[in-house]
Design a protein around this ligand. Sequence first.
Ligand SMILES: *[C@@H]1O[C@H](CO)[C@@H](O)[C@H](O)[C@H]1NC(C)=O
Ligand SMILES: *[C@@H]1O[C@H](CO)[C@@H](O)[C@H](O)[C@H]1NC(C)=O
Ligand SMILES: *[C@@H]1O[C@H](CO)[C@@H](O)[C@H](O)[C@H]1NC(C)=O
Ligand SMILES: *[C@@H]1O[C@H](CO)[C@@H](O)[C@H](O)[C@H]1NC(C)=O
Length: 579
Amino acid sequence: MHKSLFLCLSTVALYACVYAALPPPCDSEIFCTGPILHQVQTAKLFDDDKYFVDMKLRETPDVVLSAFRNLSNESPNNTVPPAKLQEFLSNYFEKPGTEFESWTPPDWHTEPKFLGGIADQQLRNWAAQIHNLWKSLGRKIRTGVKDHPELYSQIYTPHPVVVPGGRFRELYYWDSYWVINGLLLSEMTDTAHGMIQNFLYLVNRYGFIPNGGRIYYERRSQPPFLTLMVDSYYRATMDKEFLRGALPTLEQEYRFWMQNRSVAVTLNGAQHVLNRYHVQVGSPRPESYTDDLELAEGLTEDRKEQLWMELKAGAESGWDFTSRWYVDRDGQNNGTLGDTRTSQILPTDLNALLCLTEKTLASFHRILGDGDSAAQYDQAAARRLEAIESLLWDAERGAWFDFNLVTHSKHFEFYPSNLAPVWAQCYSGPQMGEKAVQYLKSSGALQFPNGVPTSLRESGQQWDYPNAWPPLQHMFIEGLSKLPSEDAKQLAFDLAQRWIKTNWLAYMKYEAMFEKYDVNGDGKPGGGGEYEVQLGFGWTNGVALQLLDQYGATLTSGGSRVLSGLLLPLVISATVMLQ
Ligand SMILES: *[C@@H]1O[C@H](CO)[C@@H](O)[C@H](O)[C@H]1NC(C)=O
Ligand SMILES: *[C@@H]1O[C@H](CO)[C@@H](O)[C@H](O)[C@H]1NC(C)=O
Ligand SMILES: *[C@@H]1O[C@H](CO)[C@@H](O)[C@H](O)[C@H]1NC(C)=O
Ligand SMILES: *[C@@H]1O[C@H](CO)[C@@H](O)[C@H](O)[C@H]1NC(C)=O
């Protein structure tokens, strides 16, 4: 066990933290630390740093390490030249992807019912093609991974999964929420069940859910959507026994977030507890090793470790990376990637999600007849609501904003997460939701043809302008659609139409679904960040299917058809009136 000595006197004294002997991302001396990782990654043998850490060993780690020591010993300065490194890799490693066997979900079938509710013929055909894509994204881990985990970076899970796609070859945590919602619409209940069982297995093994299914992700998590996955599954199946079996594990994950990712803040004499992303793990991320190394160049050792921790916390937030996590020297929400200080921020969306989690855990206990436990979670949700309204709600601006733990002030930039409490229905007065709609209208975020951007700042990072992301569109639209006013509901439909149009246009052009899109252009994939835009794509497909289900009667495939879609009901009612 690695010793972690991490002294923070209090949240106010975050600057006074001492970084010493932080644990590495995982204990593997090949995939997470050590000279092989360092030399292979810095030699830049592959376009993407994730390639090497996804390779499989042909020999045991001891043999591979010994062979590399021998090779280093005979190299000048112990630095193995690139050609020799290549040779070493082909002798001792297999290319990524060998740990999976092809697997077609047995519960896939043509013509799930929801397709029948999509009025536009072109959109209905397209939805059938998206439904078809589940077959190409299904993966089953070979039993070899279970029998010889030391040869793989892949984490074994007992059931097959639907993966995002592209470089994301393995399961991912928060992506799976939208994948599972899509699978349930596709009537692939067994596949959804297996994916949830995998997550329960991971909680039992690690005490929380790793970011994704690789050992280099095993010391950080991602936005905690497991309870909501179980909620979706329960609503689709009404399977109480499943709920009863899962609940203790859901509570274990909830305890992890409360024990390991919470902060007490005193404001105006009252103490509140809210959550943040926080990963006390050192070293560069193995899968983005050279990016992290280069970004930290010139810093002191302590500052390097601090930056690498904060980058991992950014990865844990799911928003990797974004100007949202920048905190510059003046404590302003400004700067560059090197100013990433994720753990200094109490995020609106994480706290809204945990509020909804608490309410959902209360409802599960009520369903199973345990009123006392239900009351405890209701109290936790009530305490969080009070904290959210004290620290994050801004009455003047009419929305919720991230809270900076160092300056004790809010960050007022626009992010879709500023409306996360609307999605979670975690606010106390009905007027707050409507105020948030007014805030939104004056924010400048609604002026783009293809959806709501991740911020209004073009930082070059992928979770910023001009990119729009499926999970954020979905939460945003769902939140607005739940508000009582017609105005908010119309806005929700409008945004659904914009999103479907851009997904559809890009599909027509590229015959592919992308992980993210540009808010401008005619069906343009997103860009920026550490890697090329990826195809597949799990959560994009899930969100498209959900919107096509929810608004299937009125959505159109775009262009002038949007107009005809809006005019058609008028024409019909005019015709009816004339008769
Ligand atoms: C490394 O060198 C030692 C000493 O020459 C030798 O015994 C060992 O087998 C070598 N390891 C490998 C993996 O070739
Ligand atoms: C070995 O390292 C020294 C000092 O870091 C450097 O000056 C020299 O160029 C290196 N030699 C080779 C062959 O890389
Ligand atoms: C969470 O924190 C507790 C107490 O500080 C620690 O013992 C435990 O190992 C942590 N759990 C995880 C999964 O990191
Ligand atoms: C934000 O930071 C950039 C450089 O990182 C600087 O040029 C700019 O003036 C800053 N803006 C504000 C409002 O501080």
